[in-house]
Design a protein around this ligand. Structure first.
Ligand SMILES: [Mn+2]
Length: 245
């Protein structure tokens, strides 16, 4: 049976590349590629572009896909949720915000299963009308460490998963997760349900209540899925759902 095609949102960065300074790239981490491959999917990066460049570009990208994976990355512009930039805000890419908001809307129109990770969870919340803490250390003084200093395959803090949620059926009642974020959900968007939290109350996962299959997690299952069964189970559940479409 053909593998389901998993469209993956991509970021934009500039690198010094041989003699070319600040060479611009659209990229996706190979961690996502490997996790989708291991789960039985065919990973396909969806090139970041100016969505006004041609009418229907995002629809054309998703017409090739059986599911959408919204990946991690840099901060979402606070303009997207009506706030001024906090001094703790890091770099933003408004063109990526626009591309991913369009991808999310089109994926929902097409009924594709959606898995959102880290920045992806934050983007989903913004798309549903929610807001973000722009910088956890500055805005949530009692928070635990969510920007771990240890290697990316090492789980860092615990999460508690809501019983009876879709997520708990996949990963169980709770486990330790990787954590590389300094932003988090502040006000929850409409039609979203919190399904996992950290010990300090930071929202670590949400599901959509208005849509068949949209799961979003704040941690990075793609970074440790090789050594963590629960993380791999999340990718397998997502790819299985894409297969069934
Ligand atoms: Mn965290």
């Amino acid at each position: 049976m053909a593998r389901p095609v998993i469209g993956m949102s991509t970021g934009r960065m500039a690198v010094d590349y041989g003699p070319v300074a600040q060479y611009p790239l659209t990229y996706v981490s190979v961690d996502y590629v490997g996790a989708v491959l291991d789960a039985g999917g065919l990973p396909m990066p969806l090139a970041l572009h100016d969505v006004s460049r041609y009418e229907g570009s995002v629809a054309d990208q998703l017409a090739l896909c059986d599911g959408l994976l919204l990946t991690g990355g840099v901060d979402i512009s606070p303009a997207a949720y009506g706030e001024q930039p906090h001094r703790g805000l890091n770099a933003t890419t408004p063109d990526r915000d626009a591309h991913e908001l369009a991808l999310l809307a089109e994926a929902k129109r097409r009924g594709l299963p959606i898995l959102a990770i880290c920045r992806g969870l934050q983007l989903v919340n913004v798309a549903y009308g929610g807001t973000l803490y722009q910088d956890i250390p500055a805005q949530v003084p009692d928070a635990i460490q969510h920007a771990q200093r240890s290697a990316r395959h090492l789980a860092s803090h615990d999460v508690t998963v809501t019983a009876s949620s879709r997520l708990s059926g996949i990963v169980g009642p709770g486990f330790a997760v990787t954590s590389f974020h300094h932003q988090a959900i502040k006000d929850l968007g409409a039609d979203l349900e919190v399904v996992a939290t950290a010990p300090d109350g930071i929202i670590e996962a949400v599901e959509a209540t208005d849509y068949p299959w949209l799961v979003a997690v704040q941690w990075h299952p793609e970074m440790n899925q090789v050594v963590d069964a629960a993380s791999q189970a999340l990718f397998e559940a997502f790819v299985r759902q894409c297969t069934a479409q």
